[in-house]
Design a protein around this ligand. Structure first.
Ligand code: PEP
Ligand code: CO
Length: 459
């Protein structure tokens, strides 16, 4: 081990990986045994980091290009990763639909796409109420498998700190497989046809995708015929795929925070990017304190109540040196509110000269409960929020820098509408999410085609 050099940044004075503990910290589970929690965190702090600080710096660079209007961010994955549905097939299928979306966006709009998964650590959930009613039982609300099981019993909902270490191991093997797939041939552009699964190939979106895949094949054949040695072009055979999750459960994030021996700076080595949710972005709270001192690229969700003053204060606190790529704002206003709520934020941030990347989460402001009690979202509302996001940026003159979506590679029936026009009476057919409703593979592809059109419309 080399001796760490002192941190280069004055802003770090007074900050420690555990300084968040001196602040009010929202959305933490009611741990029944704090000694047991600390014992598990001690185990975690001795385990290898999941990501390397140098990778986080590369992602900051990629996000800086997106903030400058030269790339587009696609951030996507589960609402909550499940301990129960953890398999190689599920990881491959999720990666595959994200790669397909990226191809549609890159080919359709001609912009480089930064691919960032909500994966390999997206285990903890904030809740709007601390308890929920199931039948006659009043239970602690489900906070993700990193905390407890989702079964509707008091016993299952008891927070179990051993799950923190289990989550680490699941994140490590998920990341290992993602690295293998993205660097080992699966993500090779010659595979564009193979990514189109049968049920997707049979849908209108799948057929549209096939047409793009054939054009890419022809373009590659053309370049080969011109004498270009495609074997040597690494960008055609591998992709950079980054990981992210909400930094909600701070004992876990703290235990995985390490000092980088090259720079002396602290990084949260649980993921390349970590974000704060709408419920944990209080300026004087523990979450903002924690994120202010780690050098990863960061994101913060902004809902319809966010004011320009709050956005500016967050930018000042989390990115005082105005490093491009350091800070992303993910807006989730709801289709109804976006045209009134977003432009004032865009103007204020631009006028202050903050180098923020703006991304649209069209999911979390458009959730409602269907008559059968299931949470759902309509594909048309999701698309309406994205269209409103592009319109607001075009009006203000800022760059609509990306989308943040909840999806799965499986053929689920959790969101309404889309190509197969899923109706409320079909939700029960394949509704498997442990938290929020996700787009299925063909809805995700449809979304990518429509976003590519919106990007092209701005040329
Ligand atoms: C989420 O991303 O799953 C989430 C809870 O989002 P938000 O904080 O925007 O509500
Ligand atoms: Co969600």
């Amino acid at each position: 081990m080399s001796t760490p050099v002192p941190s280069s940044h004055d802003a770090d004075q007074g900050w420690r990986p555990g300084s968040w503990r001196e602040r009010p910290t929202a959305q933490q589970p009611d741990w029944p045994d704090l000694d047991a929690l600390e014992a598990e965190c001690k185990v975690l702090s001795g385990l290898p980091p999941l990501v390397f600080a140098g990778e986080a710096r590369l992602l900051t660079g990629a996000l800086a290009r997106a903030a400058a209007g030269k790339a587009f961010l696609l951030q996507a994955g589960d609402c909550a990763e499940s301990f129960a549905e953890f398999s190689a097939d599920a990881i491959r299928d999720k990666l595959r639909v994200i790669l397909q979306m990226a191809v549609v966006l890159t080919y359709g709009a001609g912009v480089p796409v930064v691919k960032l998964g909500r994966i390999a650590g997206q285990f903890a959930k904030p809740r709007s109420a601390p308890t929920e009613r199931v039948g006659n039982l009043e239970l602690p609300a489900f906070r993700g498998h990193i905390v407890h099981d989702d079964a509707p019993t008091l016993e299952a909902r008891r927070p179990d700190p051993a799950r923190l270490v289990a989550a680490y191991h699941q994140a490590a093997s998920t990341l290992n497989l993602l690295r293998a797939f993205t660097k080992g041939g699966f993500a090779d552009l010659s595979q564009v046809h193979n990514w189109n699964r049968e049920f997707v190939a049979a849908s209108p979106e799948g057929r549209r995708y096939e047409a793009i895949a054939s054009e890419i094949d022809r373009a590659l054949a053309f370049m080969t015929a011109c004498g270009i040695d495609l074997e040597r072009e690494a960008g055609l055979h591998q992709v950079d795929f980054w990981t992210s999750h909400e930094a909600l459960l701070l004992p876990w994030e703290e235990a995985l925070t390490r000092r980088d021996s090259l720079t002396g700076d602290y990084y949260d080595c649980s993921a390349h990017l970590v974000w704060l949710g709408e419920r944990t972005r209080a300026l004087d709270g523990g979450h903002v304190e924690f994120l202010s001192g780690v050098h990863n690229p960061l994101a913060v969700k902004l809902g319809p109540s966010a004011t320009p003053a709050e956005a500016l204060a967050l930018a000042k606190r989390l990115n005082p040196r105005r490093i491009p790529g350091r800070l992303t704002f993910v807006t989730r206003m709801g289709a109804e509110s976006i045209s009134s709520r977003l432009p004032p934020l865009l103007r204020a941030v631009r006028e202050a000269g903050e180098p923020v990347l703006w991304v649209c989460d069209p999911m979390h402001g458009n959730t409602f409960t269907a008559p059968d009690g299931r949470k759902t979202r309509s594909f048309e509302a999701v698309m309406a929020e994205i269209a409103g996001f592009f319109a607001a940026h075009r009006a203000v003159g800022t760059w609509p820098g990306g989308v943040h979506v909840e999806l799965t590679g499986d053929d689920v029936t959790e969101c309404l509408g889309g190509g197969a026009d899923i109706g409320e009476d079909q939700l029960a057919l394949r509704y498997t999410t442990t938290c929020d409703p996700r787009l299925n593979a063909s809805q995700s592809l449809d979304l990518a085609f429509r976003v590519a059109e919106l990007l092209r419309a701005g040329d």
